[in-house]
Ligand binder design. Structure first.
Ligand SMILES: N[C@@H](CCC(=O)N[C@@H](CS)C(=O)NCC(=O)O)C(=O)O
Length: 226
């Protein structure tokens, strides 16, 4: 049995990725949501996650006594464990592109990640308009992502083929950020964003995120508690 440990759905982009893969591909798992707090060493979040994962972070996947503690490693493990689900593209070139793009997501886009934290419960479009003007590096990150998305094999398809694969789950939180912050995106890539938004697994994550109604101060760059 697989156990996935995640953070708040409203905020936790790294949790969202493997969760989407599991849900979209209908792989059975038990979800354990560990509520975010101030992440101090003695906080309930840290105490709980450190008992499971020595890095003190989510997501983490347990398969019996095996622990996998990183979003990309979790997805790779799932791809190996369930080859029949075809979690990576079947075409070798597209698979290589999908892995490159996922790794790039994992290691890059620091301006986007630091200025536009995911917050599904908030409309941050006014904030986003100002961020866009103030942060040229944010514009550079978006430009790079626009280029990557525009290289998809077909207008109506996913990033590396007709079927959704791990790379799409890796960019799904980016779609959430672009929408939440009203980032200006080309019409061509808006078609892709809508395709991601229409996915049942994404809809479910968003619904559950919006139902949380938990305000975690250190995750809120732009809102104050009412
Ligand atoms: N590279 C890791 C990043 C995991 C990560 O940073 N998770 C955040 C939540 S989205 C976390 O647990 N933060 C708690 C902390 O930094 O103390 C992965 O891809 O799984």
């Amino acid at each position: 049995m697989l156990d996935l440990f995640i953070g708040n759905k409203n905020y936790s982009t790294w949790s969202m990725r493997p969760w989407l893969v599991l849900r979209h591909f209908d792989i059975a798992f038990t979800e354990h949501l560990i509520p975010f707090d101030d992440f101090q060493l003695e906080s309930p979040f840290k105490k709980t996650i450190l008992a499971i994962n020595p890095t003190g972070k989510v997501p983490a996947l347990k398969d019996g006594d095996l622990l996998i503690w990183d979003s990309l490693a979790i997805c790779e493990y799932l791809a190996e464990k369930f080859p029949e689900k075809q979690l990576w593209p079947q075409d070798q070139k597209q698979r290589a592109r999908a892995r490159s793009m996922s790794a790039e997501m994992h290691s890059s886009f620091m301006a986007l990640r630091s200025t536009c934290g995911m917050n599904l419960d908030a409309d941050l479009s006014e904030v986003g308009a100002q961020l866009w003007l103030d942060h040229p590096q944010l514009q550079e990150d978006v430009k790079r992502i626009e280029a990557l998305w525009a290289e998809r094999p077909s207008q109506d398809g996913f990033l590396c083929g007709d079927a959704l694969s791990i790379v799409d789950a890796f960019y799904a939180p980016v779609v959430m950020r672009f929408i939440g912050y009203g980032i200006p995106i080309s019409d061509y890539n808006r078609i892709y964003m809508q395709k991601i938004l229409n996915l049942a697994a994404v809809q479910r994550w968003m619904t559950e995120a919006k139902a949380e109604h938990v305000f975690v101060a250190c995750e809120e760059q732009y809102r104050t508690r009412e």
